[in-house]
Design a protein around this ligand. Sequence first.
Ligand SMILES: *[C@@H]1O[C@H](CO)[C@@H](O)[C@H](O)[C@H]1NC(C)=O
Length: 177
Amino acid sequence: MASSPAATSAVLAVVLVATLAAGANAATFTITNQCSFTVWPAATPVGGGAQLEPGRTWAIDVPAGTSSGRVWGRTGCSFDGSGRGGCQTGDCGGALSCTLSGQPPLTIAEFTLGGDKDFYNLSVIDGFNVGVSFSCSSGETLTCRERSCPAAYQFPDDNSKLRSCNGNSNYQVVFCP
Ligand SMILES: *[C@@H]1O[C@H](CO)[C@@H](O)[C@H](O)[C@H]1NC(C)=O
């Protein structure tokens, strides 16, 4: 039986939907606290924030296409039952769940999730508050344990510390690596 135009467009529609669905993946960020103290990780524009006791892990799903994403640690926080309070470092307007950037000094993991490729880096441009390692499942691990660490951007035009990995990769962030 010769394929009719209707059958052909039905097949094309199925292929198109499948392609769009494949492109709409999310990256899982697994954030682990290896410090001996509590860290309150923050994540924008997706994730918000959480309280993370030593040895615990927090996972967030970030949609493909998210640009200028950030994850950082906050220390010395206290929040009330409604999620209002503050932190000694990395505070984002007194909220447990961040929508604003953190107050310096803070060590920042930055990322842009593209289609074929993602880009990520560590930055101490805004100072250093806690050691961080940042890795992508298909790329290099960046580790920063002190203010002068060579793996992080020390200033905006620092020699490129930007790394890339395959699109649809997952990420690991570790505090006190
Ligand atoms: C670090 O990565 C973020 C996200 O891709 C990007 O916006 C930022 O410009 C990068 N930082 C530097 C100094 O290149």
